[in-house]
Design a protein around this ligand. Structure first.
Ligand SMILES: [Zn+2]
Ligand SMILES: [Zn+2]
Length: 245
């Protein structure tokens, strides 16, 4: 549990967990000499990260028929195995909780896991009238990785729809001399369903990205190679082996 030292109007207050006895605390304090205090900054996940992990596990669990605890355990096992790290607590009040960085990676992992398995997660924040639905692009710690996962799984990056998803050129193809010059490496890409594709061409790049908080991403050669299998008619100018280092 966290101990907090706070200054209020020139006086110092030490807030300690209520499970410690006063006598215990006083004894500890009596040992402290001003010049021997070691200040230790602890890197632990934030409360917001913990809440987000629980919301994701809750929604994902509901879709798959598990409780949020079961879902968290299964996902965390998979995550820890893939990273070869120890199982951790997601409560910042526990001694074995994870760092902020690990929590960020875990959140991204859950989002990509859901996309890979074709589940459309929506996370709710706030209560009552203030309750708002958040889409994955709004909560992804790494938006580029989110878009790439959508590209690989033919998923609309705006609404999560999985049918009739097109590979949309975020930057105009005319600017590179047309489709026959498209090797996948000159423009940014975004996967969109028919509805959002049409909307993009109606309202334009700027309004679209302001409305949906998303943009296309540049691809690497490796990704183009993978995406050629997903979108066989695309990247007409991409030749495997060409320009290889
Ligand atoms: Zn869509
Ligand atoms: Zn398009």
């Amino acid at each position: 549990m966290n101990i907090e030292l706070i200054e209020e109007e020139g006086e110092l207050f030490l807030y300690v967990p209520s499970n410690k006895r006063f006598a215990e605390i006083k004894e500890l304090l009596s040992k402290i000499k001003n010049d021997t205090i070691n200040v230790v900054k602890v890197d632990r996940l934030s409360l917001d990260q913990m809440k987000l992990i629980w919301s994701l596990c809750n929604d994902y669990g509901e879709l798959r028929g598990y409780t949020r605890e079961e879902m968290r355990e299964a996902l965390e096992n998979e995550f820890c195995n893939s990273k070869e790290i120890e199982y951790f607590s997601i409560s910042p009040f526990k001694r074995d909780c994870c760092s902020m960085k690990v929590a960020t990676d875990f959140i991204q992992f859950i989002i990509e896991h859901a996309i890979k398995h074709d589940y459309n997660l929506i996370v709710y924040e706030g209560k009552g009238d203030n309750r708002v639905a958040k889409r994955l692009q709004d909560i992804s710690p790494d938006i580029r990785r989110y878009v790439i996962q959508c590209l690989l799984h033919k998923r609309c990056a705006v609404c999560g729809k999985l049918v009739e998803v097109d590979l949309h050129h975020w930057d105009s193809v005319a600017s590179i001399g047309g489709y026959k010059h498209d090797d996948g490496l000159q423009t940014r890409f975004l996967p969109l369903c028919r509805e959002h594709h049409t909307e993009f061409h109606n309202i334009g790049k700027d309004r679209f990205s302001n409305k949906w908080h998303i943009e296309g991403v540049m691809l690497s050669k490796n990704l183009v190679k993978k995406l050629k299998e997903v979108y066989p008619n695309h990247f007409q100018a991409f030749k495997e082996g060409k320009n290889d280092i």
